[in-house]
Design a protein around this ligand. Structure first.
Ligand SMILES: [Mn+2]
Length: 384
């Protein structure tokens, strides 16, 4: 079986991912800064990529003149045309410039809050110009090192005001964006507001146009919070809010590593892919990760290919798991799952359940061969 990605697989990469120059807090870049058009060409070389995503300033530097912006857009459009890649998602850089040192939407400075919304409206214009339909908001600077600085309740009010304003702008302009908010617990701030998928799902319900707003969970971010990413994604799916997903990998308890998808914990990646495939997730699968700092251009292309191939192999493993005779036999041997609590309440149903007697010891003695099931899962992952 060949594992060759195609645009129908909806795999995407950000300009900032394959374009990552290998800078870290302790060291200078190890790779050149490639232009947006050069990055699109690299994705074309990787083969089978559906699209490319950008922050406003990945494409147009914050201080670019109109003439410079026009020239960059022309080169970028030409690269999209020759590779067949689309722009699928756009987002705003509200973290890089010093003006955002204390956040954007939640800054204590009213002018910074206004500037952050101004910058986001313009970034939405830019994304729409290239056909993006998903708009991600990652509030990397929305947080604090000390709670002496801000009232965290007021910060949520400010966050909500900004998102409400921008969803109204989306409607007025007819852009048709679906917004995907991305949680992260820390880094670059000491503590970031709305740190996990669950926090965001609760926040979204308070928004004016909540139907237009979902989440963009990222493997590394939930792992940094010590959580099970598959369960976080399951909750987003269950709530009808999985609008986008950021795939990468991350060791628990470490800094934000953004490793290649499936490279750190292939078993966790398997259960994630199985969840997405079993529940027919049909949104974009964005690899928000970057190659090791040791990689050169050719190795960055291998990183991009590897990200997609790992997903396809895990999707194939999920199919084999679902069809596996031993898995089926083990599942069939388990206690029956149907029934249980009546789906609708009635006084009669309550009286029946209230009066029912249970043989606790017999029920507790039923076999749950999860060791065998997990071992079979490992064997399937190993190809057998
Ligand atoms: Mn991300």
């Amino acid at each position: 079986m060949s594992f060759k990605p195609t645009p129908n697989d909806k795999f995407t990469f950000g300009l900032w991912t394959v374009g990552n120059p290998g800078r870290d807090p302790f060291g200078e870049p190890t790779r050149p800064t490639w232009s947006p058009a050069e990055i699109v060409d690299m994705l074309g070389e990787a083969g089978g990529v559906c699209g490319v995503n950008f922050h406003d300033n990945d494409l147009i530097p914050i201080d670019a003149t109109d003439a410079e912006a026009a020239s960059i857009k022309k080169d970028f459009s030409a690269a999209l045309n020759r590779t067949g890649l689309k722009v699928c998602m756009a987002t705003t850089n509200l973290f890089g410039d010093p003006v955002f040192k204390d956040g954007g939407f939640t800054s204590n400075d009213a002018d910074v809050r206004a500037y952050a919304v101004h910058k986001t409206m313009r970034a939405m214009d830019l994304g729409a110009e290239f056909g993006a339909k998903i708009y991600v908001m990652w509030g990397g600077r929305e947080g604090a090192e000390t709670d002496a600085a801000k009232d965290p309740v007021e910060s949520l009010n400010r966050y909500r005001d900004a998102v409400n304003f921008l969803t109204n702008y989306n409607k007025e302009k007819g852009y048709g964006y679906r917004f995907a908010l991305e949680p992260k617990p820390n880094e670059p701030r000491g503590h970031i507001y709305l740190p996990t998928v669950g926090h965001l799902l609760a926040f979204i319900q308070t928004l004016e146009h909540h139907a237009d707003v979902g989440v963009n969970p990222e493997v590394a971010h939930e792992h940094m919070a010590g959580l099970n990413f598959t369960h976080a994604v399951a909750m987003a799916l269950w709530a009808g809010k999985l609008f986008h997903i950021d795939l990468n990998d991350q060791a628990y308890g470490r800094y934000d590593q953004d490793f290649r998808f499936g490279s750190e914990n292939p078993k966790a990646a398997f259960f994630l892919v199985k969840l997405l495939e079993d529940h027919n997730y049909d949104g974009f699968k964005h690899f928000d990760s970057h190659a090791y700092r040791t990689s050169d251009r050719a190795d960055v292309i291998e990183f991009a290919r590897g990200s997609m191939i790992t997903y396809l192999r895990l999707a194939d493993a999920a199919k084999r798991w679902n069809a596996d005779a031993r898995v089926k036999q083990l599942l069939a041997s388990m206690p029956k799952a149907e029934g249980g609590v009546p789906a609708t309440y009635s006084p009669g149903a309550a009286a029946d359940l209230h009066a029912r007697s249970f043989d606790r010891a017999a029920i507790a003695a039923r076999s749950l061969p999860y060791e065998a099931l997990d071992q079979r899962t490992i064997e399937i992952l190993m190809g057998g």
